[in-house]
Design a protein around this ligand. Structure first.
Ligand code: PBG
Ligand code: ZN
Length: 326
């Protein structure tokens, strides 16, 4: 296939031809919208580094959940900002915790919208780490039961799926066992399997008020330099009973999405994180890029790399764009 016999431009010359040979299409079915739930009524606190996103009391969260559902987005992911933090993250697994209340409200009001909950302790611990501490060390095994209890309490409140983001070893198996023992063998686990220790989480930590008070997350989140380790992490989570494998962040880790897609025969999710969103929004505001176009190109690239599901703060905007384009 050499020029001049083969001319790749032949199949690029019309909209119709381009549509016919397009290999990747983005659908509203691929999108998951993350939302931040906070106590109170009528609360809609803007998150400065994430324009268009807010800390939402449940009344406001429900409005956005309905909008997402109307735009044919199949699922939301709920993060909670609790009233009270302590060393054992008790608000994370409290029956009347913020995520539990928000999950229940969404299921009561927008029942067809799938509710996925983020399972972690960092928003709920007074030190801001994703597990409990022994001295200054994040204690893996002591954190497992609390994470599983958190997942169980979300499911009891109505969550359709749980997504552990803590990166403790063995947590998928612990959660699977506890859910099964309590009659929830039908609830899937979306595992943040390859979650990197990333500076792209900056805006999220402002939104969720979850930055660690000392140190960093390098002893549990992955080193950005590693790829083979991501395959080990993902394989382990598959063996422990994960149903969906997530890679996070997305755009700087497209190679990881692609490699895990090749190795693992489960649906792959990618988390287009807060910093990825903030960068595009900021450059758009400066007039330096066309934010809408960069958004669609980015989401398409994440899907092309091998992700079926994309958790993205662009979900609403992208869904509107997809529906408009028909
Ligand atoms: C906490 C958690 C983080 C994100 C999701 N869950 C941040 C972190 O690990 O500090 C990041 C999401 C984002 O940046 O959009 N376990
Ligand atoms: Zn965490």
């Amino acid at each position: 296939m050499l020029f001049p016999d083969y001319r790749p431009r032949r199949l690029r010359q019309s909209v119709a031809f381009r549509r016919m040979i397009r290999e990747t299409t983005l659908s509203t079915d691929d999108l998951i919208l993350p939302l931040f739930a906070i106590d109170g009524k009528g609360v809609k606190n803007p998150i400065p580094s994430m324009p268009g996103h807010y800390q939402l009391s449940i009344d406001h969260l429900l409005k956005i959940a309905k909008k997402a559902h109307d735009l044919r987005i199949p699922a939301i992911m709920i993060f909670g900002i609790p009233k009270k933090k302590d060393s054992l993250a008790t608000s994370a697994y409290a029956e009347d915790g913020i995520v539990q209340k928000a999950a229940k409200a969404v299921k009561d009001n927008v029942s067809d919208l799938a509710v996925i909950t983020d399972v972690c302790l960092c928003q709920y611990t007074d030190h801001g780490h994703c597990g409990v501490l022994k001295g200054n060390i994040v204690d893996n095994d002591a954190s497992l039961d609390l994470l599983a209890q958190t997942a169980l309490s979300h499911v009891k409140a109505g969550a359709d799926m749980v997504a552990p983001s803590d990166m403790m070893d063995g947590r998928v198996a612990e959660i699977r066992d506890l859910l099964d023992d309590n009659g929830f063998s039908d609830i899937p686990i979306m595992s943040y399997a390859a979650k990197y220790c990333s500076a792209y989480y900056g805006p999220f930590r402002e939104a969720a008020e979850s930055a660690p008070k000392f140190g960093d997350r390098k002893t549990y989140q992955m080193d950005p330099a590693n790829a083979l380790e991501a395959i080990r992490e993902a394989t382990m989570d598959v063996e422990e009973g994960a149903d969906i494998i997530m890679v996070k962040p997305a755009l700087p880790y497209l190679d990881i999405i692609c490699r895990i897609r090749d190795e693992i025969d489960l649906p792959i999710a990618a988390y287009n994180v807060s910093g990825e969103y903030a960068i595009i929004k900021a450059a758009d505001k400066m007039g330096w890029v066309d934010g809408q176009k960069v958004m669609m190109e980015t989401l398409t690239a994440i899907k092309r790399a091998g992700a079926k599901m994309i958790l993205t703060y662009f979900a609403i905007e992208a869904a509107m764009e997809i529906i408009e384009a028909g």
